[in-house]
Design a protein around this ligand. Structure first.
Ligand code: PLP
Length: 451
């Protein structure tokens, strides 16, 4: 039998349960319930196999920045597949899509971040970064500088390397992570961990954990610090304003390479091309993926400073992926960047969508269940709490209320995610004020239903 959108939902669900292992999913439980089947999408809306129109306030997995249904990308992909569907960039060859995309990224990226090493995903790009920063220090005659400092609860991907960089304890508990020489410090989550401290003092204290870690490990052992400008998958944790300037000062003082993981923050999510611009960070390397192609094709990479790239250029870097700079993915990404730029989608974010969303989002704190509401550009979170004054967490199993709320949202045709008891959004950047009203209306209804 040919399996199509036209098959009954139950049959598709049964086949899915029989053969498809879903990522980050208790597949046994899902097979009882049946996965919701998404059949098509347009703009900010998904359609499922039952015909529901669902507002996707997560832009897929924080990636469909230009929105769904942009036929231009399909046309570019088809053209590129006919002309040159694949060639590698390993053995002294290159091709126009990789050249053009690298040049465009270099033009968009701040400072001397002019060099791109392509990968197929954010995880792969962070694996590249682990090897690149260690190799960089080895080439500079300091091979002992191998430790990479990251943060608890960070998400940098799911491969063994990038999952080790990440600080998700649930991931570390399975399958032999972390790899050696990765060290985790605390994140600046004031709401959950700030106690009685004013947020700015807390931000400084958490940033200074980096300095403490460097001194404890030994300056001669630390290669790099990696962090998301605004932590995404950990629950959209917006750092206090004091945090990043102090991190930057410490990285400069001890000559630690700074890697900004821009996989979520990049390509307009925070209102600038890169989160590093919004948060005023000067990284040596940026990790990119997701919004680079708006998720229309799998592609990621590392944007590398002239300094680091020139050192790496001094030797053969024994690293790369079959799909590094894949011509179809690169052509699609280039078309996505053209749309972002020519349609001034960042201008829409800055002038229209982000200010409107911020106002509506922050007003959610009027709801009895909602403690803090944080938002930067088009990524936001609310903390669900039984007691706002005490900034209390729910006593039940972590995530239960968040999970219920997420389920209510889904039933109300709104995709929002939960991380523990934080509800998060990251809608397509092209969302209109009218669509934001619907988002907030459905979110409020869902919150009411769990109260
Ligand atoms: N880095 C960050 C900040 C991410 O949010 C993600 C994915 O969510 C990754 C890296 C991993 O990217 P990928 O899933 O493309 O491997």
């Amino acid at each position: 039998t040919v399996i199509t959108n036209h098959m009954p939902t139950a049959e598709l669900q049964a086949l899915d349960a029989a053969h498809h292992m879903h990522p980050f999913t208790a597949n046994g439980e899902l097979s009882q319930k049946g996965a919701r089947i998404i059949t098509r999408a347009d703009g900010v809306h998904l359609t499922d196999s039952e015909g529901h129109q669902i507002l996707d306030a997560m832009a897929g997995l924080w990636c469909v920045n230009i929105g769904y249904g942009r036929g231009e990308l399909a046309e570019v992909a088809a053209r590129q597949m006919r002309e040159l569907p694949y060639y590698n960039t390993f053995f002294q060859t290159t091709h126009v899509p990789a050249i053009a995309l690298a040049a465009k990224i270099a033009e968009l990226a701040p400072g001397d971040l002019n060099n791109v090493f392509f990968a197929g995903s954010g995880s792969e790009a962070n694996d590249t970064n682990i090897r690149m920063v260690r190799h960089y220090w080895a080439l500079k005659g300091k091979p002992s500088k191998s430790v990479i400092i990251s943060r608890k609860n960070a998400y940098h991907g799911s491969s063994v390397g990038s999952g080790s960089l990440g600080g998700m304890s649930g991931m570390h508990a399975q399958g032999g992570m972390p790899i050696p020489d990765i060290h985790h410090i605390n994140q600046p989550n004031w709401w959950a961990e700030g106690g009685d401290m004013p947020p700015e003092d807390f931000g400084l204290q958490r940033a200074r954990e980096l300095e403490e870690a460097i001194l404890e490990l030994g300056e001669d052992r630390v290669a790099a610090f990696i962090a998301e400008p605004v932590q995404g998958a950990g629950g959209v944790i917006v750092p206090p304003d004091s945090y990043w300037p102090e991190i930057q000062r410490i990285c400069d003082k001890y000559e630690i390479l700074l890697i900004a993981d821009e996989v979520i923050c990049g390509f307009g999510r925070t209102g600038n091309w890169f989160g590093s611009e919004t948060l005023n960070i000067r990284p040596d390397i940026m990790t990119i993926a997701k919004g680079l192609s708006s998720g229309y094709a799998p592609i990621g990479g590392s944007i590398v400073s002239d300094e680091v790239a020139s050192v790496i250029a001094g030797d053969e870097f024994n690293h790369g992926y079959t799909y590094s700079g894949h011509p179809v993915a690169a052509a699609v990404a280039l078309e996505n960047l053209r749309i972002l730029e020519e349609e001034n989608i960042l201008g829409h974010v800055r002038d229209v969508a982000a200010p409107y969303l911020k106002q509506k989002w922050e007003a959610l704190t009027d709801h009895p269940l909602v403690g803090e509401a944080r938002i930067v550009g088009m990524m936001g979170s609310i903390a669900l709490t039984p007691n706002k004054e005490a900034r209390a967490a729910f006593a039940s199993d972590a995530g239960t209320v968040g999970y219920i709320c997420r389920e209510r949202c889904f039933a109300n045709n709104l995709v929002m995610r939960h991380v523990g008891d934080r509800m998060i959004i990251s809608p397509p950047l092209v969302i209109t004020p009218e669509q934001i009203d619907v988002l907030i209306e459905r979110a409020t209804k869902s919150l009411d239903e769990c109260y």
